[in-house]
Design a protein around this ligand. Structure first.
Ligand code: PGA
Ligand code: ZN
Length: 424
């Protein structure tokens, strides 16, 4: 039974305050969870409550959310069995009482929801992935390493936000981690030799001032080859355009040119022809449903088209996408929707509808590794947690190494099969 719930304000990887929640059970178990925070957030995400008090952290403090945990959310679930996750999440949603969790904040709610799950797992003496996924949790994900950072994650001129390495040809997760890391280091040398800066962006990838997005992909191919791997077969590529960030009044502004959805779609078709791209996320903007439909018709059978800002881990928005034939993959961010149960609902809906899923960190992260357990629990097969560098990114990959070890012979690496639409 839940005995007490506490909370505090801690810092995330960008030096911004965030919520950490601690749950105490009557058997003495204590577990904590910390909440991540995005920069290129979707307009339809659950609400992140910040104090707005300019005298602290430029208004970004989360004391109100912390107080809501201590004064309202915690007391509302005291005495409830910690394993009753769905009941607890429903209580939390009810206490808030708003559609988008804006009264007490999705950051307050999510912290409680995740800390409860961790405490329940610990109390059952199970690893979190096993507690959440049961005996059929066995699939280790392909890690998508964001090794070049642009958009709103870096102060360079690259319009697209994320450039991924996807080591689909590895036999194990630990090999995939090594492959990606080796290419990451070679990439640094290549960028340096070409006269580009090798400082890091928010997700641990390099943030060079490349003249075009295409150039970023060329650097990745070069680095993969130089590290001794075959582009496409061993290591494929991916993009998160985060297109909402360069979309205004129906116009996309990319590489210093104006595009409409159709011409931008043709641009993507060209990239897919020229590079071994397995996945593109948010290729178009979050409310450009018509554009998305055209994009999916053109590219949906060849590659994975992921909806992030488009779906915001929200089962209702995902259902709309399914009905319209838009995208074929769901990006999963626990803080976009705000409870573990709703996250699992979105994942189940995606899988039932033939959509793949990719578990995701946020650009503002903490040492919390819940998503590493979650990705195995639901056999998603894909995770993005940034570059193989910076501890808040690597924490998730390291946790997956532990899970791989724990699973032993039962572990299966998703590899190519995680991308059923990849024709590369
Ligand atoms: P965010 O970016 O965490 O800054 O929203 C991640 C993404 O767009 O996938
Ligand atoms: Zn995204």
């Amino acid at each position: 039974l839940i005995e007490a719930v506490g909370a505090r304000e801690i810092l995330d990887s960008r030096g911004n305050p965030t919520v950490e929640v601690e749950v105490l059970l009557d058997d003495g178990i204590v577990q904590r969870a910390a909440v991540p925070s995005g920069a290129s957030t979707g307009a339809f995400e659950a609400y992140e409550l910040r104090d707005g008090d300019r005298s602290r952290y430029a208004g970004k403090g989360v004391r109100k959310a912390v107080e809501a945990v201590i004064d309202e959310l915690g007391p509302s679930i005291e005495g409830v069995e910690a394993s009753e996750q769905r009941v607890i999440d429903e209580i939390l949603i009810e206490v808030d009482g708003t559609e988008n969790k804006s009264r007490v904040g999705a950051n307050a709610i999510l912290g409680v929801s995740l800390a409860v799950a961790k405490a329940a797992a610990d109390s059952a003496d199970l690893p979190l992935f096993r507690y959440l996924g049961g005996p059929n949790a066995y699939l280790l994900p392909v890690p998508l390493f964001n090794v070049i950072n642009g958009g709103s994650h870096a102060d360079n001129g690259i319009d697209m936000q994320e450039f991924f390495l996807a080591p689909i040809g590895a036999d194990t997760f630990s090999d995939a981690l090594r492959w990606g890391t080796e290419v990451y280091h070679v990439l640094k040398g290549e960028l340096k030799a070409a006269g580009f800066a090798t400082g890091l962006g928010d997700e641990g990838g390099f943030a060079p001032d490349l003249p075009s997005n295409r150039e970023g992909l060329e650097f990745l191919v070069k680095a993969i080859e130089k590290a001794g791997f075959t582009p496409g077969t061993d290591i494929a590529l991916g993009l998160d355009a985060a297109a909402t960030e360069f979309y205004e009044n129906g116009i996309y502004r990319l590489d210093d040119k104006d595009w409409d959805a159709a011409s931008l779609t043709d641009y993507y078709v060209g990239l897919v022809d020229d590079f071994p791209i397995v996945t593109i996320e948010d290729a178009l903007a979050e409310d450009d449903w018509d554009g998305w439909k055209g994009l999916t018709e053109k590219l949906g059978s060849q590659i994975q088209l992921v909806g992030d800002d488009l779906f915001v881990t929200n089962p209702e928005r995902l259902q709309k996408g399914i009905d319209l034939g838009v995208a074929n993959s769901l990006l999963v961010k626990v803080n976009q929707i705000g409870t573990l149960s709703e996250t699992l609902d979105a994942i189940n809906l995606a899988h039932r509808s033939g959509y793949t899923t990719m578990l995701s960190h946020r650009s503002g992260e903490t040492e919390d590794t819940t998503i590493a357990d979650l990705v195995v629990a639901v056999n998603s097969g894909q995770i993005k947690s940034g570059a193989p560098a910076r501890s808040e990114r690597v924490a998730k990959y390291n946790q997956l190494l532990r899970i791989e070890e724990e699973l032993g012979d039962a572990a299966v690496f998703a590899g190519r099969s995680a991308f059923p639409r990849f024709k590369g």
